[in-house]
Design a protein around this ligand. Sequence first.
Ligand SMILES: N=CN[C@@H](CCC(=O)O)C(=O)O
Ligand SMILES: [Zn+2]
Length: 410
Amino acid sequence: MTKLFINIKELIQVRETNIKKVSGKLMAILPTLKNAFLLIENDIIIDFGKMENTPKSADKTIDCTGKMIFPTWVDSHTHIVFAGNREQEFVDRINGFSYEEIANKGGGILNSAKKLQATSFDDLYQQSAKRLEEVIALGTGAIEIKSGYGLTVEAELKMLRVIKKLKENYNIPIKTTFLGAHAIPSEFKNNKEGYINLIIDEMLPKIADENLADFIDVFCEVGYFSVDDTHRILSAAKKYNLIPKIHVNQFNVIGGIEIATKHNALSVDHLEVLNDEDIIHLKNAETMPVALPSCSFFLGIPYTPARKIIDAGLPLALATDYNPGSTPSGNMNFVVSTACIKLKMTPEEAINAATINGAFAMNLEDKVGSITKGKLANFFITKEISSYSFLPYSFGSNLIESLYLKGKKQ
Ligand SMILES: N=CN[C@@H](CCC(=O)O)C(=O)O
Ligand SMILES: [Zn+2]
């Protein structure tokens, strides 16, 4: 079955030959085609070009006059499998408590873990599926999902099995990250080593047995897991071929980037604080830096210094961090807007960061992230808009008119 999209006002992020990622100055270049067509066959993009070269026929033709087509957003960092919400902590923060103070009082990640442990598999699946549907409707066409709100063998496995079921039931590429080292559970309050042993000796082998994860993550931060802990966990995960994607530099610079790059991490995420040495480590690595501006917006913490990263010649990806504590939003359109408004990224840089660079940060750059022949037909058609910059400019508006995943209208 072929579908031909014609009279596309502008086809965004067209790449004749696939690229892995865009870095530095090249991030400012967003290749597009005006007055274009796009041809797909079943779930795959098979051709695109200028209207004067439109193929004569297709099984179905869709007129896009006045509208643009973007590859769907690639959200490379989420925690959408969680139970309940944490709006009381939101109110506590309005009343002057910090994220750290709330966590130290037993709130934060431990609060979510308590809720998740008491939630059945089916209930957790239903809550998570609803969030997945919500973000797909907002233009996300590939997503990474982490565990890390279980913090017991049983509850971490429950989270990962929920993600597995989401993968089976939804039509988008989903990658799974094991984040057992998200926080130290209360039972191990004075025995962090004991919890790390549990991760290494019990959780990892069981996860590998059931093939439940693609990536390994650690929250490398003061009060959570040290650089040495991170090194231990990543070394153990290597045996199971789990690739590191690490939470680092959210509140403090403690050497997380150095250890992550030594372990050839696929990405380092957050980076709200970043020093010159970190930049040097990133320059010597293939690791993708990932900014999560909605988290900075919600917590009122510094924004990732995107200019410093890009101006150093590095790539940058954007993701939502959708989770109940620091970012209760999975809206990639808002992320792209906030990146322009607060991180001073140009629309071209932000769109590259939210598509092809996000795909790299999930090892999916051959499948999604650009309009390229052979890639999945995952894209959205906008409402009538004046230019692609109108999208980040109109923050808070939903300008997506329709969405195709693997060639099927959603
Ligand atoms: N920082 C660590 N993990 C999450 C937040 C966890 C939570 O507060 O529930 C994040 O990426 O922001
Ligand atoms: Zn996160």
